[in-house]
Design a protein around this ligand. Structure first.
Ligand code: PLP
Length: 394
């Protein structure tokens, strides 16, 4: 049976729009990630899953341990729901009331770690918590720089870059009685989040591979020195690095104790073109064909579920099944309807479904209340997304 037939059959009782997760693909993607991690635990990036049931399923698998959350209110909720007893908020917070709630809740304060990269963060945390115990993690800039800093490749995140800066901030944390430095994180977005094999771009691909290779060497050296400097001051429980695109390389660094990954579970479009791994599309959404404006064109309802980031074509969803459909260059993916062009359009009738993939993983869940879990040719469960639980953190 073709994939399309299987998905159509499994969901024949549902009215699109709706979203599914193919459990076989999801499990095989998870196994792929743990195989690549070579025994180092993977902290699951919740922003790329945004479904409590699936987070719990991943955490029950061998090779996964801990959650990388994206906001403190989310982390407090996951702690309250006992999703994990190790929740790292990977981005700094300025949410005073959530910090106060963290300090008020003995369980949350024991299992949640917040991110810091400057003295201002420390002051803010102390003020909000009244100096009560808080676990903190130090975020390190992992970008690659060249030409004396004039060229930077990688996300603009932490201002802490050198072993001296990291050691200095670690000492400042140690001076504050409520704060406990338990972790260090350095996320190399320029390696983990940039495909090195985009189709039809041989020159660009070569440049990406060259920069990634240099960045890997530079970061491995610097990360080891930073970990050493910080370990002189604090007893670190974990050193986190990497993401879906870099799991095996990051895990191979001795100084790294765990890697993070999430997008590789759903295998969203932006993770399709890497030489070191390939996953199976696991999260899809179905839209109904609602009209046929002209030969070679069908129109589906909705579809404009664009991903965050630089606003270019890579943020569009992908018409996936049947194959051979494309957006109209002038309309793209529409707010309420989306024309699709291509020979396959003439074989579609009103009421048929077109299956799409989102460019990013977890953002799909901000569009749908529920995910229908497909096992073989049946929907075996329907589970709420974060949004479906009324939890829209960002
Ligand atoms: C701090 C951090 N670690 C890891 C990741 C990787 O997550 P994913 O595997 O979903 O790309 C991200 C993604 O942006 C991140 O911000």
């Amino acid at each position: 049976m073709t994939l399309r037939k299987r998905y159509d059959l499994a969901t024949s009782h549902l009215e699109p729009p709706f979203a599914i997760v193919d459990l076989a693909a999801f499990r095989s993607n998870a196994a792929n990630l743990t195989r690549r991690a070579h025994g180092k635990p993977i902290r699951v990036a919740s922003k790329s899953v945004r479904c409590r049931t699936l987070l719990e399923q991943v955490l029950a698998m061998d090779g996964f341990a801990g959650v990388m959350a994206f906001t403190l209110p989310e982390a407090l909720w996951l702690a309250e729901e006992r999703v994990s007893d190790d929740i790292l908020v990977a981005y700094p917070t300025a949410d005073q009331s959530a910090l106060a709630r963290l300090a008020d809740d003995e369980h949350a304060a024991a299992v949640v770690t917040v991110m810091v990269d400057c003295v201002e963060h420390l002051d803010l945390i102390e003020k909000a918590t009244g100096g009560r115990p808080v676990r903190v993690c130090l975020d390190i800039d992992a970008a690659w720089r060249a030409a004396g800093g004039r060229i930077r490749v990688g996300a603009l995140r932490s201002p802490v870059r050198t072993p001296e800066q990291a050691g200095g901030l670690a000492r400042e944390i140690a001076r504050r009685p409520g704060l406990r430095l338990v972790g260090l994180m350095a996320y190399e977005s320029q390696i983990a989040g940039v495909g090195d094999d985009p189709p039809g771009k041989p020159v660009f691909s070569r440049a990406v591979r060259l920069i990634q290779a240099q960045s890997r060497v530079e970061l491995a050296r610097r990360r080891a020195l930073i970990v050493k400097a910080v370990r002189e001051v604090a007893d670190l429980e974990f050193v986190n690095g990497g993401g879906t695109g870099s799991v095996e390389k990051t895990a191979a660094e001795k100084a790294v104790t765990e890697v993070a990954a999430g997008s590789g579970l759903y295998q969203s479009v932006l993770f399709d073109h890497y030489t070191n791994f390939s996953g199976s599309p696991a999260a899809l959404f179905a839209l109904p064909v609602v009209r046929r404006p002209a030969p070679g064109v069908v129109t589906v309802l909705g579809g404009g579920y664009l991903a965050s980031g630089v606003a270019d074509r890579s943020r569009l969803p992908q018409p996936y099944l049947p194959s051979g459909l494309r957006f109209d260059a002038r309309e793209g993916a529409g707010e309420v309807q989306t024309p699709l062009l291509g020979a396959a359009a003439d074989r579609l009738r009103i009421g048929d479904r077109v299956w799409f993939r989102h460019a990013k993983a977890g953002e799909l869940c901000e569009r749908f209340d529920a995910l229908h879990l497909v096992d073989g040719d049946r929907v075996t469960a329907t589970v709420p997304t974060y949004r479906g639980e009324g939890r829209t953190f960002l």
